[in-house]
Design a protein around this ligand. Structure first.
Ligand SMILES: *[C@@H]1O[C@H](CO)[C@@H](O)[C@H](O)[C@H]1NC(C)=O
Length: 741
């Protein structure tokens, strides 16, 4: 008798079944087994034990993923030739028990208005920490995984309870989580919320674009805010990339009616301290602020996304806003691209700002936010004292310094060695500055980054000097790259505007897809580019029919099964294709978010042993044993030990299978040969052999990085030959098709 004895018998008799974990689970949950004596008759008397629930088989899927990475390398695109560091960050100790009371407790008790009052009445300078969002969006291509955020969360909750907020969501994190990290952005929010109950969470909301790049129907923006609030989001920083007020009002209303704190943000460009720059003057900003305060924003934000706010301009702008709105808390966001961030934020605080944005030291500087430690130290003992102990910042910074090493394959410092004050001229937002740098490299334009920056400034002028932040910044960037690729000056673009194949984003901007820029659209450029294309009047989202969430949900259930949550529906509403691919990836490869970052990116080394925690208490012990030889089908068998048992997976070796393909180049000297204007992937071929085409007619749509470009016909004629199909990858100048007069 007795369980030990029973297990022995069981193991002897059922060794062949004991791969059979569901069977053992049934045994261990059997009442008789647990609470009375059992003997060898036990199994015969309990046929229920063989009612086996299928395992979810997450383990096998993860082995498949690891095998895949071992054979083919990372599944996520790696911009830098660097391996994740082999050192794990040390997690600073935290005592058990509830964390201290924070501003979130004030918010939950007093609501958004009460919260705003408490912020305004607070003595000293408050900080928002961007380490969980903008810092890694600016420095590490947004790649920081929930795994590494969670580890430091208890420390943040206990030691940084006096932060105004922690920015941890919105912007690119939503998209990148699914697209490149294969993890659910909502799960990230839920898990961080559970670990940090006392500090308000803040997100970025692109007005009517929510967390996407296009306009969504109004009800989608409202629903999005509602679900975000339910999942623990507190403060919504609402902006519009053109400061287009109708778009902003919609976002503010959506955040407000969800019960969130509304933080309307004025996107800042130009230089209010420079009398030569009149388009974005102090007056312009004050008028905008009037409208946002009138619309009931709880907090007023200045979003200096490129880091253009100099100390003198800070004094003028914040000083004027403080005078005009004595009761409204002012929150300033900046980037440290030029290196003047700390000086500017201190000037803002002096002039009356209540909150400024910082990132922890090891994740600060350059295109990220100014250093938390520097500001804490500079404010110490003054009337701006943050009340944060520097020792805490040191511990926090040390964690990130080492954790950052895990993301070496994405770290912009691989190529970018310093900030650059040329940002005052090109006005490129921090995150985009890094992206353009990466893009210039991956498209073979590495040595041309300076040219891209110059072109960016020129493209901005061509488009009428815009506010530049996602998505308007991407439009300017697309145009800049197009100019560099095709070796076009501003004057040439203006002159030849009616015959050039502009990037789709530029065309759509001119059509009015993202709203109306301050000062209107550039003419005659707009008319020349658009010709007879339709133009949108007023707020773009206003003309969209409401989204049918029920139909969307039904569709998702039909494709992915019944475990679709309201959060999934919102993911699909924002990024339908990315969500679809994320679900397919997870169905194949399981919950890869449970893997450590090194395993996720690089896979295990042969003979490496490690643990993976699937959920609390559910731990897999894995050892990577061997890589098999390439078989005739181009596959390799990868061997593992999983919880002591031999397992293997078959993985297609895509590197070995890849054959070299040569593609003919378009000859400029041969009339009618149409080449790819830049490297990219073919999305769609719009004509076939024999098609009659007009001059300027779209022939083919290309996608390069995130930009779509339509290739138009340079002449009228008949298509003689087509050299590409959808999905083909092209280098610059690869021959697309030939046209005969
Ligand atoms: C962080 O907070 C914990 C309390 O949970 C404390 O034990 C620890 O000393 C703090 N760390 C620093 C650097 O103050």
């Amino acid at each position: 008798g007795g369980p030990e004895n029973f297990i022995q018998i069981c193991v002897h008799n059922f060794l062949s079944y004991v791969t059979n974990i569901p069977f053992l689970q049934n045994v261990f949950s059997n009442h008789q087994f647990l609470y009375s004596t059992v003997d060898t008759q036990f199994i015969d008397e309990n046929p229920d034990l063989f009612n086996l629930k299928p395992t979810q088989n997450r383990a096998q899927k993860l082995l498949h993923y690891l095998g895949h990475v071992m054979v083919n390398g990372p599944t996520t695109p790696i911009p830098v030739k660097a391996k994740p560091s082999s050192i794990d960050p040390v997690i600073p100790p935290v005592t058990m028990g509830d964390p201290p009371v924070g501003f979130r407790d004030v918010l939950l008790r007093d609501g958004p208005e009460g919260f705003a009052k408490a912020v305004r009445n607070h003595q000293g300078l408050l900080l928002m920490d961007t380490t969980f969002r903008d810092a890694h969006q600016s420095l590490l291509a947004t790649r920081v995984r929930t795994h590494d955020l969670k580890k430091i969360s208890p420390f943040v909750s206990h030691n940084f309870s006096n932060l105004y907020s922690l920015e941890n969501w919105g912007g690119a994190t939503f998209d990148v989580a699914m697209r490149f990290l294969s993890e659910c952005p909502w799960k990230r929010l839920q898990e961080l919320r559970a670990l940090i109950p006392n500090v308000p969470f803040q997100m970025l909301l692109r007005g009517a674009n929510a967390v996407g790049y296009t306009n969504y129907p109004d009800n989608a923006v409202f629903k999005f805010c509602e679900v975000a609030k339910e999942n623990g989001m507190d403060i919504f920083r609402v902006f519009d990339s053109l400061n287009y007020v109708p778009n902003m009002l919609l976002g503010m209303e959506a955040a407000g009616s969800a019960g969130g704190v509304v933080e309307a943000a004025i996107s800042y460009t130009g230089d209010v301290s420079d009398p030569m720059r009149q388009k974005y003057s102090l007056d312009y900003y004050l008028q905008l602020a009037d409208e946002l305060v009138k619309a009931g924003t709880h907090i007023l934000c200045i979003k200096d996304m490129a880091g253009l706010l100099k100390p003198e301009a800070s004094k003028l702008l914040v000083g004027a806003l403080r005078d005009r709105f004595p009761d409204v808390p002012i929150h300033v966001h900046t980037h440290d691209t030029a290196g003047a961030g700390v000086a500017a934020m201190l000037a803002c605080a002096e002039a009356g700002a209540d909150v400024v944005d910082v990132a922890v030291d090891s994740m600060a500087g350059m295109t990220s936010q100014p250093s938390m430690g520097a500001i804490v130290a500079c404010a110490k003992g003054t009337k701006l004292d943050t009340g944060i102990a520097l020792e805490k910042v040191f511990d926090y910074s040390e964690y990130w310094e080492v954790a950052r090493g895990l993301y070496a394959p994405f770290d912009c410092t691989a190529t970018m060695k310093s900030g650059n004050a040329d940002v005052y001229e090109n006005e490129i937002p921090g995150g985009q500055y890094t992206n353009l740098h990466f893009q210039a490299h991956s498209m073979g334009l590495g040595n041309k980054f300076k040219e891209v920056k110059k072109a960016y400034a020129e493209a901005n002028k061509l488009l009428g000097d815009l506010i530049k932040v996602t998505p308007s910044s991407k439009i300017v960037g697309d145009l800049a790259q197009f100019m560099v690729q095709n070796d076009l000056s501003r004057a040439e673009v203006e002159e030849r505007a009616d015959e050039l194949s502009f990037p789709l984003s530029v065309v759509e901007f001119l059509q009015g897809y993202i709203g109306i820029p301050h000062g209107g659209f550039p003419e005659p450029l707009r008319s020349k580019v658009l010709k007879s294309l339709p133009r949108i009047e007023g707020r773009p989202g206003a003309s969209l029919p409401p989204m049918d969430f029920k139909a969307l949900e039904d569709g998702l259930r039909a494709t992915h099964g019944d475990e679709i949550t309201p959060e999934d529906v919102m993911s699909a509403a924002m990024y339908p294709k990315v969500f679809q691919e994320f679900k397919e990836f997870t169905a194949n490869f399981g919950p890869v978010d449970c893997l450590s970052t090194r395993l996720f990116l690089d896979g295990p080394k042969i003979a490496e042993e490690f643990e993976v925690e699937l959920e609390r208490g559910k731990i897999l012990h894995i050892k990577a044993l061997a890589l098999g030889d390439l078989n005739k089908a181009g596959q390799r068998e990868v061997f593992f030990e999983l919880n002591g048992q031999l397992r293997s997976v078959l993985v297609k070796d895509t590197v070995a299978m890849k054959e070299m393909k040569f593609h003919p180049k378009a000859q400029k000297s041969i009339k009618g040969q149409v080449g790819a204007p830049m490297p990219g992937k073919v999305l769609e071929v719009k004509v076939e052999v024999g098609s009659k085409v007009e001059k300027g007619q779209p022939l083919c749509v290309l996608s390069a990085m995130k930009m779509e470009t339509v290739v138009n016909s340079p002449m009228a004629g008949t298509v003689k030959a087509v050299y590409v199909t959808a999905d083909a990858s092209l280098e610059g100048d690869d021959l697309i098709l030939e046209i005969e007069e």
